[in-house]
Write a protein that binds this ligand. Structure first.
Ligand code: NAD
Ligand code: MG
Length: 392
């Protein structure tokens, strides 16, 4: 029996994870579930999965959850705050941690799981983007098993040899990172200027949380994933190429020096990578429908449009710049995406905010968690005040 903590249980990835777990009650039991503010949804999950702990963000949410659980006689113990998140991510009673909090808020609890040597299933790409060096160093020190949940990285992981340690020793020439192109593929910058949050969140292939949906629409998601791939697979940014593939069936590919190209294919449903990582190195049923190639009929591939989607070029430049450029990029992007969702800036101003924030900071080496958090805070301040000027 594998015991599991899900950080961000009420989100899109959290719900898909519980869906897979529910299919295998003989193999997995839930140790802890966490959520930010969706108390009713978390209470329902607690009733169904009966975890030892439930964690929320503040005391008021904890009191509401406690009341809901008492009503139904559920014995789950309610905790709150970042320390509690770290506790349920690192407790001796946990084998596996699904890191599915969105954004920088996931970094500290995910690091706690890594440091405690848990099997860590990483969906929270922002944690790796903002603190890649420290994160991978912690992985090496604790010897934890880190498995990628992001569909592209999970695909690449499956296409690499099991004893993979570096691209050079494994004969890897390039990682080909699939991108669906998002809801605005083929649009010009001008056409995208006045799109609404609802349009940006209506992804043609994947159903996801609002932040990653906007990132997919700007292609910043692919930029974050490029940086994520560099850390996970120890390759330079030059060895990662973005391939737009609108059907979202080929989830990514690995090109080898002998001309071989290996790909992982499947229907676009996150339960596949989640089940792959949960069961690794075995395989379990995920609930995902079989891929019907006759139904798909064709697979298309095209170059990304770097003019219409400047976020991809900005993220690529940040990956090459190193230092804390990715920390700044991630922080500015989180602030800008929220401002767009709150209808305070236009869609196309997300790229402007991120670029101007990067231009406004002096790069440094993020050698400790404190320094990463300082860069993150400074970038958030800068981008927030830049947005205030845009609003005038
Ligand atoms: P979501 O918005 O649906 O869910 C986010 C979860 O995090 C919720 O449970 C929420 O309660 C929790 N949360 C939010 N802010 C928090 C905070 N400040 N403190 C503690 N908890 C907080 O997001 P999602 O789509 O499930 O994405 C989660 C992560 O997985 C993101 O990093 C995203 O990039 C990554 N990811 C998602 C998908 C997908 O298909 N949804 C695919 C690949 C990667
Ligand atoms: Mg992805």
């Amino acid at each position: 029996m594998q015991t599991i903590t899900i950080l961000g249980a009420t989100g899109s990835i959290g719900v898909s994870t519980l869906d897979v777990i529910a299919r295998h009650a003989d193999k997995y039991s839930v140790f802890a579930l966490t959520a930010h503010s969706q108390i009713t949804a978390l209470a329902l999950q607690c009733r169904q999965f009966n975890p030892k702990y439930a964690v929320v963000s503040d005391a008021a949410a904890a009191a509401s959850l406690q009341a809901l659980l008492a009503e139904s006689g559920c014995a789950t113990e309610v905790l709150w705050g970042v320390e509690a998140l770290c506790q349920v991510a690192s407790d001796d009673g946990v084998d596996t941690v699904m890191a599915a909090i969105v954004g920088a808020a996931g970094l500290v609890p995910t690091l706690a799981a890594v440091q405690a040597g848990k099997k860590v299933l990483l969906a929270n790409k922002e944690a790796l983007v903002m603190a890649g060096g420290l994160f991978m160093q912690a992985v090496a020190e604790s010897g934890c098993v880190l498995l990628p949940i992001d569909s592209e990285h999970n695909a690449i992981f499956q296409c690499l040899p099991t004893d993979y340690s570096s691209a050079v020793s494994s004969g890897v020439k390039k990682l080909l990172l699939s991108a669906s192109g998002g809801p605005f593929r083929g649009w010009s910058l001008e056409q995208m200027r006045s799109v609404s949050p609802e349009q940006a969140c209506a992804h043609p292939k994947w159903s996801m949380g609002r932040k990653i949906s906007v990132d997919s629409a700007t292609l910043m998601n692919k930029g974050l994933e490029l940086i994520e791939a560099c850390w996970l697979f120890a390759v330079p940014a030059q060895a990662v190429e973005v391939v737009v593939h609108p059907q979202s069936i080929v989830h990514s590919l690995v090109q080898y020096t002998d001309g071989s190209v290996l790909a992982e294919l499947g229907n676009p449903d996150m339960r596949t990578p989640i089940a792959q990582a949960l069961a690794w190195p075995q395989r379990i049923e995920s609930g995902v429908a079989d891929l019907d190639l006759f139904d798909i009929a064709r697979l298309d591939f095209e170059q990304p449009d770097m003019q219409a989607f400047p976020c991809l070029a900005i993220a690529s430049a940040a990956a090459r710049a190193g230092g804390d450029a990715a920390t700044i990029l991630n922080a500015a992007n989180e602030v800008a995406v929220q401002a767009f969702l709150d209808q305070r800036i236009e869609f196309t101003q997300i790229a402007e905010v991120v670029e101007q924030t990067l231009n406004g900071q002096v790069l440094s080496e993020p050698e400790s968690l404190e320094l990463v958090q300082q860069s993150d805070s400074a970038a958030r301040l800068y981008s927030s005040s830049y947005i205030k000027r845009l609003e005038k």
